[in-house]
Design a protein around this ligand. Sequence first.
Ligand code: 5AD
Ligand code: SF4
Ligand code: FES
Length: 360
Amino acid sequence: MAPFEQILAQSSFSKEDLICLLNSSDKERLMLFEKAKEVKAAFVGKKVYFRGLIEYSNYCKKNCYYCGIRSGNSRFARYCMTDAEVLEAVDYAYRNDYASIVIQSGEQTNKAFVTKIESLLRRIHQQTDGRIHVTLSLGEQSEETYRRWFEAGAHRYLLRIEVSNPSLYSKLHPNNLSHDYHRRLDALKTLRKAGYQVGTGVMIGLPFQTISDLADDLLFFRDFDIDMAGMGPYIEHADTPLYQYKDQLLPLKTRFDLSLKMVAILRIMMKNINIAATTAMQTIDQQGREKALMVGANVIMPNLTPVKYRQDYLLYENKPCLDEEAEECKSCLEARIHMAGDTIGYGEWGDSKHHSERNT
Ligand code: 5AD
Ligand code: SF4
Ligand code: FES
């Protein structure tokens, strides 16, 4: 066997192996993708699960250097969806058999916010007879808050580590306690302890980030034994501090290709976790999400946010689906999933198999 094939045939990868896989091109790159496709079919099947995405609010107390809705950016309007709007989006998901939703928002930790989320969770549970599973993506919170929300019915949580290298983390965030790498890591551990299925992820192609960093990110996912992953290319936003490095970035196509490789390698490494085909992938490539599905992703997030708010939730530029109502995103994604040769797990929660196997 050629050395590349030998690496692919292994059951676990060293950091050197990962770097070699990330650097693959031509025939070898296609072999990597083919292997990931086989692993996906064998371990999680060719079914894709919907998570209806509710971008609840763009208020954020943080000031991450890469993000368009950072607190320091005042060039757009801040909003928070009303209870009625949230419950209407939930109702859409329920009627259309999505089975799962994600509530995402900028980071807020005040008492009113925590209580509001708790009461919304209870109302969602009531309104849907507990048939809709809720994933939260609401940033770093106290252990008590994570526990309260779990009690109120949320069982999955997404909190990206963003980059697993602490010194790179500090270059991408202001230097203060609310942007501290170790606090973020602790938050991930607390989520696990509180009983959640835990998802994390990174951005790919950031300024100062190296291939070695990306290999470390993959090792981080393995060592933390994550249940779910959401990764995507970094896309610059003009109203953020990191924009000054735009000329040093890898070309968009390269960032996209590296993101595909990260998905494929992670699928081979962690065979039964859930991996999202993220919206950022489609920002660079028209067929970005289908391509991610073809190399291992098995979760997709149709947008349910009312259209009037969409242009105010721009974490990065050129985000797709700004004018498309829930119905349009639904049929668009149905077509895309079909093109990727997969089917949609309507009515199924699609919990992380990795999580259930760890707990049995
Ligand atoms: N490009 C790509 N992804 C971004 N995010 C924030 N800003 C950007 C950007 N400029 C991602 C972060 C965050 C998630 C909600 O959006 O990884 O965790
Ligand atoms: Fe806020 Fe998240 Fe954007 Fe950071 S990445 S500024 S925490 S919304
Ligand atoms: Fe929204 Fe395609 S997913 S328009």
